[in-house]
Design a protein around this ligand. Structure first.
Ligand SMILES: Nc1ncnc2c1ncn2[C@@H]1O[C@H](COP(=O)(O)OP(=O)(O)OP(=O)(O)O)[C@@H](O)[C@H]1O
Ligand SMILES: [Mg+2]
Length: 231
C-alpha cells in the first residue's frame, strides 16, 4: 500500500497519488496485478476524469447494514486498464462509524496480498479534520501499515512548520518543486527527517491536464517520469 498525504492544501497530493496509480497500472499491464486507488479526500475522480458522484468509501463506513468488502469493491469505478478508483462519496466523513473505519483499514491492508496494489489519497491532515476530512485513526493505521507513507509538499516554509504538528511521520517525501524557492530538497529533508524520493516539477501541462479532466488519458511525461522511479 502507498499512502499520500499533505499538511497544507493545494500541495499536489491528489495529482501525485493519481499519477502514481497511473504509472503503476501501466507498469503492471500484462500481469495479473491491478491497482486500486482510494479517495479519502474527495477530488480523485475529478482529477482522473471519471464520475465520482455515486456512493463511496465514506458511505461504506457509515453503513449500518454490515455491507462487506464485496460491497466496497462494487463502489470502484473503472479508470483505465488495470486501474479503478473508489470515490470518497459526496456525503463526506460526518457519518463514519468508528468500528467500520477499523474494518476498512483492515480490508484495504489485506488487498495487497490478493493481487491488488492500493494507493490512497489521504489529503491534507493538518486542516481537514473530521467530520470534513477522513478520521485521523484511519489515515494513521493505513499509513502505519503501508509500504510507503509519502508526505507531499512544496519547499514552503509555512507548510514545513506544520509537519512537526501532525503525529504522522512519513517514510519519504514527494517534493513538488517550483522555481525560485529559497528552500531546497536538503532543507525539506532536514525538517521532515525523511528522504525526498520523488521530485515533481511544477509544469503548466499538468495543471492544464487536470483542469481538462484528462490526467488519466494524457498524462504529461514530466509527471510520469517523476513518479515512476520511486513507485
Ligand atoms: N506538478 C504540478 N504542476 C502544475 N500544477 C500542479 C502540479 N501538481 C498539482 N498542480 C495543480 O495544483 C493544484 C492543487 O493540486 P492538487 O489538487 O493535487 O493538490 P492537493 O494537495 O490534493 O490539494 P487539496 O489539499 O485541496 O486536496 C491543482 O490545480 C493542480 O492542477
Ligand atoms: Mg487533494
Amino acid at each position: 500500500m502507498q499512502v499520500f498525504w499533505s499538511v497544507k492544501g493545494g500541495s499536489g497530493t491528489t495529482v501525485v497519488a493519481a499519477a502514481t496509480a497511473l504509472s503503476l497500472a501501466s507498469s503492471l499491464a500484462g500481469s495479473s496485478r491491478r491497482v486500486l486507488v482510494v479517495d479519502l479526500s474527495g477530488d480523485l475522480p475529478a482529477v482522473l476524469g471519471v464520475d465520482g458522484s455515486g456512493p463511496g468509501v465514506a458511505d461504506w463506513c457509515a453503513a449500518t447494514d454490515g455491507a462487506g468488502p464485496e460491497a466496497l469493491d462494487r463502489l470502484a469505478v473503472e479508470v483505465a486498464d488495470g486501474l479503478r478508483v473508489v470515490p470518497r462519496g459526496a456525503a463526506g466523513w460526518a457519518g463514519a462509524d468508528a468500528g467500520r473505519v477499523v474494518e476498512l483499514a483492515d480490508h484495504l491492508g489485506s488487498l495487497g496480498g490478493g493481487g491488488e496494489t492500493v494507493v490512497v489519497d489521504a489529503g491534507d491532515l493538518f486542516s481537514l479534520v473530521p467530520p470534513v476530512g477522513p478520521p485521523t485513526s484511519l489515515v494513521g493505521s493505513l499509513a502505519d501499515g503501508a509500504d510507503r507513507s509519502v508526505l507531499v509538499t512544496r519547499a514552503c516554509y509555512l507548510g514545513l512548520r506544520r509537519v512537526g504538528r501532525v503525529e504522522l511521520r512519513p517514510s519519504e517525501v514527494a517534493l513538488v518543486s517550483e522555481a525560485g524557492r529559497a528552500l531546497d530538497r536538503h532543507d525539506v529533508e532536514s525538517v521532515v527527517g525523511a528522504p525526498v524520493t520523488v521530485r515533481i516539477p511544477v509544469d503548466p501541462a499538468v495543471a492544464r491536464s487536470v483542469d481538462a479532466g484528462l490526467l488519466a488519458r494524457r498524462t504529461p511525461r514530466s509527471l510520469l517520469r517523476a513518479v515512476a522511479a520511486a513507485s
